[in-house]
Design a protein around this ligand. Structure first.
Ligand SMILES: C[S@@+](CC[C@H](N)C(=O)[O-])C[C@H]1O[C@@H](n2cnc3c(N)ncnc32)[C@H](O)[C@@H]1O
Length: 228
């Protein structure tokens, strides 16, 4: 995965695209991890915890029959904001993230939860076995990725690690009319997708798409199944 940096100014973004994506997220984690993970939940520890429960219920498991025996993978788990409440509901939760600094904080945040596992990734998930998960999800992560090929690589890996019949839920930025984003995409303002493109990319990785919602918004979400 090629590294792309974080900087807010447009010339800066273009100039610094070759620098480190991982370094950007490590820096954000050190600076103010709760803010960069969830701007609205960063006010206090209680608000942060509440934001995790709310987002889990409203954006990740809504409408799903979550089973206690499930093994679940989150791609881009940050400090474990969603993993912690999910760990109380399923047998095993695995979080992967690009940033070692985020994961360091996740180890604290999820301390004492024996069914939480955390791993660093550079875009590959080859340390996870084929078919070992019942549910894979990613929330507010791919909206930050600077290239669509990086997102699709995760789609392929999600397909591989899901058991047949397993489900993938993925959020991307759906404000695809913002065409300028193609040129300035970096590790903060990432790539954007139309609903049709999102479905097409999932299907070419082998998924059957069962639901798309939030077309045209930042919270474009697909639910897809690995066919049996
Ligand atoms: C806004 S935070 C969201 C964290 C978590 N999903 C949540 O909702 O609490 C985005 C996370 O994605 C991670 N991330 C960014 N690029 C990534 C990549 N290419 N692969 C894996 N994780 C990535 C960042 O390190 C950060 O922890």
């Amino acid at each position: 995965m090629r590294d792309v940096p974080f900087t807010r100014s447009l010339p800066g973004r273009i100039w610094r695209r070759r620098e480190s994506m991982r370094a950007d997220w490590d820096r954000r984690a050190k600076e103010n991890a709760p803010f960069y993970v969830c701007t609205t939940g960063a006010g206090s520890a209680a608000a942060f915890e509440a934001s995790g429960l709310r987002d889990l219920n409203e954006h990740v498991v809504d409408g799903l029959d979550v089973r206690p025996e499930w093994s679940v993978l989150e791609i881009g788990c940050g400090v474990g904001r969603l993993l912690r409440p999910l760990a109380a509901r399923v047998a095993r939760v695995v979080g992967v993230d690009l940033s070692e600094e985020m994961l360091r904080r996740a180890r604290d945040y999820c301390a004492g939860l024996p069914n939480v596992e955390l791993h660093v990734t550079d875009g590959r998930l080859d340390f996870l076995a084929d078919g070992e998960f019942d549910f894979v999800f990613s929330h507010i992560v791919f909206q930050h990725l600077p290239r669509k090929t990086y997102v699709e690589r995760y789609f392929r890996e999600a397909f591989r690690v899901l058991a047949p019949g397993g489900m993938f839920r993925v959020q991307v930025d759906g404000r695809s009319r913002q065409v300028f984003r193609r040129w300035i995409a970096d590790s903060w303002s990432g790539v954007v997708f139309s609903a049709r493109e999102l479905a097409r990319r999932l299907e070419r990785c082998g998924f059957r798409v069962t639901e798309i919602r939030g077309a045209g918004t930042q919270y474009l979400r697909a639910t897809a199944v690995r066919p049996v």
